[in-house]
Design a binder for this molecule. Sequence first.
Ligand code: ATP
Ligand code: MG
Length: 538
Amino acid sequence: MKLFSEFGLDTKVLRAITEMGFEESTPIQEKTIPLALEGKDLIGQAQTGTGKTAAFGIPLVSRIDPQEEKIVALIMCPTRELAIQVAEEISKLGRFKGIRSLPIYGGQDIVKQIRALKKKPQIIIGTPGRLLDHINRKTIKLDSVNTVVLDEADEMLDMGFMDDIQSILQLVPSDRHTMLFSATMPENIKRLAKQFLTEPEHVSVIPKQVSAPLIAQAYIEVQEKQKFEALCRLLDMEAPELAIIFGRTKRRVDELSEALQKRGYSAEGLHGDLSQNQRDNVMRKFRDGSIDVLVATDVAARGLDVSGVTHVINFDLPQDPESYVHRIGRTGRAGREGAAWTFVTPREIDHLHFIERVTRHRIARKPLPSMAEAIEGKQRVTAERLIGTINDDNYAEYKASAIQLLEQYDSVQLLAAAMKLLTGDKKEIDIELTPEEPLRAKKRRPDVRNSGRKMPGSYVRDGQGQGGYRRSGDRPYSGSGGGYGDRGRRDSRGGYGGGGYSGGGRDDRSYRDGERAPRKYDDANRKPKPTNSDFVNN
Ligand SMILES: Nc1ncnc2c1ncn2[C@@H]1O[C@H](COP(=O)(O)OP(=O)(O)OP(=O)(O)O)[C@@H](O)[C@H]1O
Ligand SMILES: [Mg+2]
């Protein structure tokens, strides 16, 4: 592994990298940074959570002159949350060099964005729809842009952004430097690359061998009606530090987050029908740990990076294998371990096997956690909280009443009652969710093992990656259950005030969660590929 100090980077950029806690480059960074520093066009593919953002971000900020008063770089992302997150990382990287960057996304007050644009950012990070709005209003001009990055390009095309991306790229001078990152390389991405990239270098670090996965994958077979109880037991047993739970539809996400709250969990929902303010708030709370559970549609499946996410739970099976890989890739990032659990109803087992075949990874079957395991988990966490409070030594004012109580009651009795209170147990509250229909494969799945299809590979970690690029001072994730109240390092990304009203609203396309445009692949040579239309929501 190459150290960042060995790339010959500007000292200010290197300082920023060091302050972010990075020492060693990840494989995609090692390959991409030297090429991009030279201005070579490239197509990058690497597993989830392996630092693709810094792979393009570092050379990007390195090549920009802080004196520049025009927009010289443009980064396009599929979702608003991702635009905000990438902007945050770019701003950290460019901080000491004095680089100005700005996220531009739908749902945020356009007047506020226009005001921010007056501060002359050099880098714009945006979703295609809103970017085009600004271009049409002439509040963003692209004639000085010399670098373009397309992050999650395949997802942007799947969302129907092809026309917007093409219109935008046609406005950027053609002697630019272009970098395209994509999890998969379907024909439409190849075509886009051919049209807009110049002799691109293809940088792919997707190991073929399945070994030493950092994400432990398991599934539980469960009836639709039992899913919620199963979820509560799983959360109790595993005691995640932070968890993301994926539901199939917006209604599902709303019902599920509400139900979890009723049962005493600290959970909130995220989907495309919420206002931008609500979305920003939920993400902020999740990032700073004021909620432990994020319930989301696939809008959160791609790219989101929140440190401390130890668990991903697929409450509903995802539509396709790609979605599965991206969803579970929200954990097990940057050399850390993670756990991914998937609920499968009996009628969906075939679909699960299909996902296993495409991802070339066996998903272990696990039994439904027993009531005893759930209780044990919950009590362990409660005990840890109590002990943590003792260690903090900040409870003197409670001592007098404790002594008084001990005169009247037995100590075990008292402590047991206090623990019951602390667990916040609300098992007695009945919950009923609207059932979702099972996902089923309509016809026999083709064997796609030999289709040459490239999956983003969190499931195919190369064993050596383990810990190879852990941040300095990081503590490895210590198995399930541990560390309640010990949030470890947590990015305090926040501070992105969402505006009120949404302007042009073109981006709304990106948030049709659960009803995304069907994927189109027209490469005659490819083996049949799953498309959403292959599955029936019957
Ligand atoms: N060299 C490094 N050393 C340690 N941590 C790193 C390094 N590079 C990036 N990271 C951290 O790793 C995490 C994942 O990075 P990033 O979000 O860029 O991954 P990604 O490859 O884009 O994943 P996805 O495919 O899910 O979008 C981030 O928290 C980032 O700060
Ligand atoms: Mg990413």
